[in-house]
Design a protein around this ligand. Structure first.
Ligand SMILES: Cc1cc2nc3c(=O)[nH]c(=O)nc-3n(C[C@H](O)[C@H](O)[C@H](O)COP(=O)(O)OP(=O)(O)OC[C@H]3O[C@@H](n4cnc5c(N)ncnc54)[C@H](O)[C@@H]3O)c2cc1C
Length: 494
């Protein structure tokens, strides 16, 4: 028989209750401070105020895999400039707020792999895409990484987490027919008992609760109060957590209020690319994305070398890197060694260890808007404009290089998959420079159309068909005008 002990400090709990809201707020502030010190600063998409702990890879082991710990962890690995991660953050913050009452048992951590120091998280966990959700049980070792990969659908997550935690928290197991329990209340609910099990976790330190699966399928949870002699008497029923808390005598939890986006919405006019932004995008592409994608993979190696070669006129370090990279992948680059050898190659060619993150024409109204993906589009547009000016005979085609890089290396792996689907109209043969310039312009406008109004859209930079009439009045009627405009706009910085 599973026993269900009364918490030994019950008289204390009764005295403690009136102070609970104040103490919870204090705890929230303390956690916020503690989380800040774990991460050395907040992630840009999430802060501790959202009820999550921003973590750095180097602190992960001590924070999450501490031996002898009792806590379970839900980890989200994300990339701050990936549109899908930005779009997902609203739902995840809501989930973190919902799960806040379970915080004594379950902690929620977030790791931003856009930060160079966290890039190793992808390899450590063996992930190929973001956002990724992982559950780490108390018995999971650092070497194993995680106990289960979780679905992103936040409506399914509480139930899934309860199932995963059940083997470690005996109170979560349902009472069997005939089983008696030494506890304060018994809740009866049809399986899977999400409401009952959630309240059991929430009350773990102040009330002793157990649950059993009800025989009928009535949605309401029936409550019985258990007397000292083990007898039980009906104590009401309710279909929502707030009413059940009132019946049990639990305080309503003080939840974190997810941080919203209060970005000003007045749109700004597009700006032509700056050389600094193009260089930042190129450096981030090679230093950060290629390291994340794994330079030891032949496709990644080739894509990185071709981008470096094509962009050499923009950055001498890229030319030196391309020259130092043999056509095929050296045997030494296989496996874990590849990251270190790649870093060495970059440093030898004159790349900084950490890519710059100050954007000029690509600056967003919030740190998680625009930046790198904007710079990457501008880089490839600029390379098509440069090719048109230089002449087809001399300059290499851009489209195959861009395709290989976005599909194999771009850290926004969802974007890469979407991009691969957009490539249906890419001719097998290399295009002449003018056709290539127009091909990329049309493709980018299709992407703008698809993403307009999505949460990743910066309200100050709405996704419109480019160029707007205010920038090029004739572009709506004439392809020649588009070519002339794009060549001028994208030649400014390269
Ligand atoms: C290849 C690729 C695929 C992507 N796929 C996705 C995706 O599937 N989902 C997602 O959420 N995000 C995706 N992104 C990110 C997204 O497209 C934007 O880059 C990001 O949201 C930032 O938007 P932005 O406002 O800076 O404008 P961006 O779209 O990044 O454009 C940058 C600048 O280019 C200019 N520009 C705009 N349109 C054109 C055009 N047609 N021709 C020439 N110049 C133009 C404008 O000056 C604009 O400010 C992708 C990025 C890239 C590089």
């Amino acid at each position: 028989m599973l026993s269900c002990r009364r918490p030994s400090g019950r008289p204390f709990a009764a005295r403690f209750f009136p102070l609970l809201p104040v103490l919870l707020l204090l705890l929230l502030l303390l956690l916020a401070t503690a989380a800040g010190s774990v991460s050395g600063g907040s992630g840009v998409l999430y802060t501790p105020v959202d009820g999550v702990t921003p973590l750095d890879f180097r602190q992960l082991r001590a924070a999450v895999y501490d031996p002898g710990r009792q806590r379970h962890w839900l980890l989200q690995v994300y990339h701050a400039s990936c549109g899908h991660c930005i779009a997902y953050s609203g739902a995840f913050k809501k989930l973190a707020s919902e799960l806040w009452p379970w915080r004594y048992t379950l902690r929620i951590g977030v790791i931003d792999v856009a930060k160079q120091r966290n890039a190793r998280a992808m390899r450590h966990f063996g992930l190929s895409g973001v956002p990724s959700l992982l559950y780490v049980a108390p018995n999971c070792s650092w070497a194993s990484g995680f106990s289960a990969a979780l679905p992103r659908d936040t409506s399914e997550l509480p139930e899934r987490l309860l199932d995963l935690m059940e083997p470690f928290v005996p109170q979560l197991r349902p009472l069997q027919p005939g089983e008696t329990a030494d506890c304060d209340f018994i809740l009866e609910e049809p399986r899977p008992g999400v409401l009952s099990r959630g309240l059991i976790l929430e009350a773990l330190h102040v009330r002793s609760l157990r649950w059993r699966a009800s025989v009928d399928s009535a949605p309401a949870v029936r409550l019985s109060r258990v007397a000292a002699d083990g007898s039980s008497a009906p104590a009401g029923s309710a279909s929502d957590a707030a009413s059940l808390r009132r019946l049990i005598g639990l305080k309503q939890p003080t939840r974190p209020t997810p941080t919203g986006d209060t970005a000003p919405s007045s749109p700004k006019a597009p700006r032509p690319p700056t050389r600094a932004d193009l260089k930042s995008a190129l450096i981030r592409a090679l230093v950060s994305d290629v390291a994340l994608a794994g330079p030891g993979r032949p496709r990644v190696w080739r894509a990185a070398r071709d981008v470096a070669r094509l962009a050499a006129p923009l950055l001498p370090a890229a030319g030196r890197l391309a020259a130092a990279m043999p056509e095929s992948l050296p045997a030494a680059l296989a496996g874990e060694a590849s990251a270190a050898i790649w870093q060495h190659l970059l440093a030898e060619s004159g790349f900084p260890e950490k890519p710059p993150d100050n954007w000029v024409a690509c600056a967003g109204s919030r740190p998680y808007f625009r930046g790198y993906p904007c710079g990457l589009w501008q880089l490839f547009h600029s390379l098509t404009a440069l090719r048109l000016k230089t002449g087809d005979a001399v300059a290499q085609p851009v489209a195959p290089v861009m395709r290989a890089f976005i599909v194999n290396c771009f850290s926004c792996s969802h974007c890469g998959r979407n991009f691969a689907r957009e490539l249906a109209d890419l001719p097998a043969e290399p295009m002449p420079a003018r056709q290539e310039l127009l091909w990329l312009w049309r493709l980018h406008n299709r992407v703008n159309h698809r993403l307009a109004g999505r949460p990743s859209e910066d309200p100050q930079h709405p996704k419109v068909q480019f160029p707007p009439a205010a920038l090029c009045p004739r572009c709506g009627d004439s392809e020649d005008a588009v070519v002339e405009f794009l060549t001028r706009w994208y030649s400014a910085a390269i």
